[in-house]
Design a protein around this ligand. Structure first.
Ligand SMILES: NC(=O)c1ccc[n+]([C@@H]2O[C@H](COP(=O)([O-])OP(=O)(O)OC[C@H]3O[C@@H](n4cnc5c(N)ncnc54)[C@H](OP(=O)(O)O)[C@@H]3O)[C@@H](O)[C@H]2O)c1
Length: 267
């Protein structure tokens, strides 16, 4: 793998020298060929930013995607300190952009595709009697459909890597067994749908050595949880726990739904 990436580097640099052009910002050519690669969605804030920081601190190449790179000041600061962090623009509901990014990185093996981007519809839109069905479509598009599209688009990048992992930030709210009260109809359904699709995918891609995981980050102190009066983990704690869980995922645990502390979450 290292040899292939090095050859690509050399060819790319030679081509740019011959053409007299500089390498584009956020180029795949900026990645370190000796370090593994993670691609993270929604990495400008919250758990995604925490994961980008943690993977970078562990020496990984981080393809940190977000909707608005120009506004992603904390991510920009991380990239300024760490040449292995490249920022790419990606709205996960933009199928053309997903395909373009996959083409841009077509020769880059991606060890971990980390589908993190997610939205909640807010309590008001998700309450019986006031269910907002437009919000349902948005939540399903971001939380359930987009991770599967990402996995389809980047499957060969993952298959070409050493670690071969597709990891998905799900939620304990997607556990039917854990439902105690009536709320979050859409959010819960989206994570449940994500779990089913990725569990199915895990079976289908097992023969290629690809591992698929569903992760519960815990209740984490992010914008999504603002104003909800329950005990919360710091972003740093959740991200470092998730890093360990991802590191431990293997063929045996593929398709499983695992809490940040390493315990299985009931379906
Ligand atoms: N916080 C918790 O307690 C908790 C618990 C269980 C599961 N989760 C899950 O953890 C993940 C991260 O949540 P969080 O708590 O970090 O939430 P957050 O602070 O609200 O961050 C959400 C991230 O998703 C991005 N995003 C939303 N829609 C997007 C789109 N269409 N394309 C690309 N990026 C998009 C946001 O980007 P913008 O800044 O552009 O909006 C932001 O980076 C989500 O999947 C969430 O469901 C969170």
């Amino acid at each position: 793998m290292v040899r292939r990436v090095l050859i690509r580097w050399a060819v790319g640099i030679l081509a740019s020298v011959i053409a007299g052009v500089s390498l584009p910002a956020g180029s795949a050519l900026a990645l370190d060929p000796d370090a593994p690669v993670v691609l993270i969605t929604g990495s400008n804030r919250g758990i995604g930013l925490g994961l980008a920081r943690h993977f970078a601190a562990q020496g990984w190449n981080v393809i940190a995607t977000c909707r608005k790179p120009k506004n992603a000041t904390e991510l920009q600061a991380l990239a300024a300190q760490n040449p292995r962090v490249v920022i790419e623009k990606l709205d996960v509901t933009d199928n053309d952009r997903i395909r373009a990014l996959a083409a841009q990185y077509r020769d880059t093996p991606i060890d971990v595709l980390l589908n993190n981007a997610g939205i909640s519809g807010g309590m008001k839109n998700e309450s019986l009697g006031a269910l907002n069905y437009g919000v349902f479509n948005q939540i399903m598009a971001v939380n359930a459909v987009a991770p599967v599209r990402m996995a389809e688009a980047f499957m060969e990048h993952v298959a070409a890597s050493e670690q071969k992992k597709i990891m998905n930030i799900s939620s304990g709210e997607g556990s039917v067994a854990s439902v105690r009260g009536g709320r979050l109809y859409f959010y819960r359904s989206s994570k449940r749908a994500l779990n089913m699709m990725m569990h199915t995918m895990a079976k289908e891609v097992a023969g290629r050595g690809i591992v698929v995981g569903l992760l519960g980050p815990g209740a984490v102190d992010t914008d999504m949880m603002r104003g909800i009066p329950i005990p919360k983990l710091s972003v740093e704690k959740s991200a470092s726990d998730l890093y360990e869980v991802i590191a431990g995922f293997d063929a045996e645990s593929s398709g499983m739904f695992i809490h940040h502390d390493g315990t299985p979450i009931p379906w």
